[in-house]
Write a new protein. Structure first.
Length: 586
């Protein structure tokens, strides 16, 4: 054993509950009552805190453990003993109340074959090696149950995704004192009402009891409710520590104030970071992002926008938010504007958005909060002839200059930063130095929008932190995988770049495209190999009928938008099916 478990007082006054756990345990449940009575008298209580290791791979097999309350993770790989998102660690199985762990080493006599740590404060019951061996030799039914349970364990040890439970317990905690987290938590609770409901355990729960009784209350709440929300109202205290340790999904709320200097927050790293308040300066937001390395970032504003932001946050937390991925395709990408308009007009909320090249620019305009007419004016201005045709002679790093486009983008987006937008946004660029994909999730919106659309040879690369950034279509023209990796709900992808109308010369050979069209199509070739794999992760792929449009036909603005609207209307019912909650029993 790794030495982090703590022996608890004897099993007094808790016998009936433990008898019920034994009766429903896969290992002990099929034993006759008298055999379970023998086991009950030999179990020793143990407590282990969230984040601590129960056993390490290679430890001697000195006992098996039955989970009474809490949750354990069976993991492969090594990492530091602090934190739950260590690099190099793969979670194989998650074990809850009634599960057993450690029996394989007792049977084989070998050392531990995997490591086990607590992902929540856990109450365990330990059966020693000596008692285990005695049961095997004196109770035949115990041996039979053990063989059956071990078979199931070995079958599950491949770590399939279905082994991991969905997040059901959320903790909302403040990052600084003096925050009205209760108001935010109540808004999230109301938003959860449309997603199956939630029960709330708030600071009043902590007025009596201790972490052990709180753990039993949490287990009972999880059995009775689909979701549980733990709410802490202070930045300190035992209740807050308990909330942090128990959460499947930890939601940390940051005000527009800088984090305390020098204060590390290892337990909070990998959280969902909520930037709350009417205004949230990008510099402060980035300070929190750098401190916490959050898995996701949310923005909840004050005033009239609050309810919509709360609902969006709730959908993302529960994996029911809609993500929209927009592909590159030059002028064909104007179709994205029409499709988005159809979704908005029909009440389909787009909670997350990302894209490449023209798709990235359209996604940026939506995430920045521009309404439909403003988006049309913005993209038309960025790609107008007077902006595109700013050639430089002689050509240096590219044929054209970017000053005109940069000025237009600055005028459209101002000082908006990606990390403080209400809708989660990413855009894709390609780094010519490292030959890798760059996912732009922070920084000025205008700069990222420019970088994602820098067509090689036509526009010069952008320079950023030692990188040379060009059009992301070279590596990932339809970045479905980036969106899907967030696991926050269904993903709809819109493909506008891959199909072309076949044209032939009188001699039957393919017609040679113009130089601009050749450049645009060549950009797509770099990511063609990854295209099928990427789109395979989308829940729905929409392909507007843009094959007749040339990629540099920016004069076909209105036609492209109408094609996008037609594609959006044709896909409406399928999208509604994706975002509609399943029927629930009355």
């Amino acid at each position: 054993m790794a030495g982090f478990a703590v022996d608890c007082p004897a099993l007094e006054g808790n016998g009936r509950q433990i008898e019920a756990i034994l009766a429903h345990s896969p290992l002990f449940g099929i034993l006759p009552d008298d055999a379970r009575e023998l086991i009950l008298g030999r179990l020793e209580p143990v407590r282990i805190e969230s984040g601590d290791w129960l056993m390490r791979k290679g430890d001697p097999g000195d006992a098996l453990y039955l989970v009474e309350t809490g949750r354990l993770e069976v993991v492969r790989g090594d990492g530091p003993e602090s934190g739950l998102d260590d690099q190099g660690i793969e979670v194989l199985r998650v074990l809850g109340p009634g599960a057993t762990v450690g029996e394989l080493a007792l049977v084989t006599g070998d050392v531990r074959s995997a490591s086990v740590r607590a992902s929540r404060d856990s109450s365990l019951l330990r059966l020693t090696f000596e008692d285990f061996r005695e049961l095997m030799t004196t109770v035949p039914s115990f041996t039979s149950a053990l063989v059956s349970a071990l078979g199931r364990q070995l079958q599950a040890s491949g770590g399939l995704p279905d082994d991991l439970p969905e997040a059901s317990t959320f903790a909302v905690v403040p990052l600084l004192d003096g925050m009205d987290v209760a108001v935010l938590a109540d808004g999230v609770r109301r938003a959860f009402a449309d997603l199956g409901g939630v029960t709330v355990l708030d600071p009043s729960t902590a007025e009596s009891g201790d972490p052990i009784s709180w753990g039993h209350l949490l287990d009972e709440s999880e059995r009775r409710h689909e979701r549980v929300m733990l709410v802490a109202d202070r930045n300190e205290g035992e209740w807050r520590k308990f909330c942090v340790r128990q959460a499947d999904r930890l939601v940390c709320v940051a005000p527009p104030r800088r984090p305390p200097p020098g204060k590390e927050m290892p337990r909070l790293k990998g959280c969902d970071l909520v930037l709350a308040g009417a205004d949230h300066p990008p510099g402060i937001a980035m300070a929190w992002i750098e401190r916490l390395k959050p898995r996701a970032r949310h923005r909840i504003r004050a005033g009239a926008e609050r309810e919509a932001d709360l609902a969006r946050t709730a959908r993302r937390l529960t994996g029911s938010s809609l993500g929209l991925v927009l592909g590159g395709g030059g002028a064909r990408g104007f179709a994205h504007l029409g499709l988005i308009e159809v979704f908005e007009e029909n009440g389909i909320a787009i909670d997350r958005i990302g894209g490449t090249s023209m798709g990235g620019v359209a996604a940026s305009a939506f995430a920045a909060g521009l309404d439909a007419p403003s988006r049309r004016r913005a993209l038309k201005a960025v790609f107008s002839g007077r902006v595109r045709h700013r050639y430089q002679l002689p050509p240096r790093s590219a044929m054209a200059r970017t000053e005109g486009a940069e000025r237009v983008l600055d005028r459209i987006f101002g000082d908006r930063a990606i990390e403080t937008l209400p809708v989660d946004l990413f855009t894709i660029a390609a780094d010519m130095v490292r030959a890798e994909m760059v996912v732009q999730r922070t920084g000025p919106v205008a700069e990222a929008a420019m970088n994602t659309a820098r067509i090689p040879a036509f526009l010069p690369p952008g320079r950023s932190e030692g990188r040379l950034l060009v059009d992301g279509g070279l590596i990932r023209n339809l970045p479905v995988d980036v969106m899907a990796d967030m696991v926050e709900g269904p993903v709809v992808a819109v493909e506008v770049g891959g199909k072309f109308r076949a044209e032939t010369d009188p001699d039957g050979l393919p017609t040679l495209p113009a130089i601009g069209e050749t450049l645009m199509r060549s950009v797509m070739l770099g990511s063609a190999a990854a295209g099928e794999t990427a789109t395979g992760r989308a829940d729905l792929v929409i392909e507007p009928e843009v094959a007749e449009l040339k990629m540099l036909a920016f004069g076909d603005f209105d036609r492209a938008i109408e094609i996008g609207r037609a594609a959006g209307e044709a896909a409406l019912e399928r999208v509604r099916d994706l975002v509609s909650p399943p029927d629930r029993p009355a």
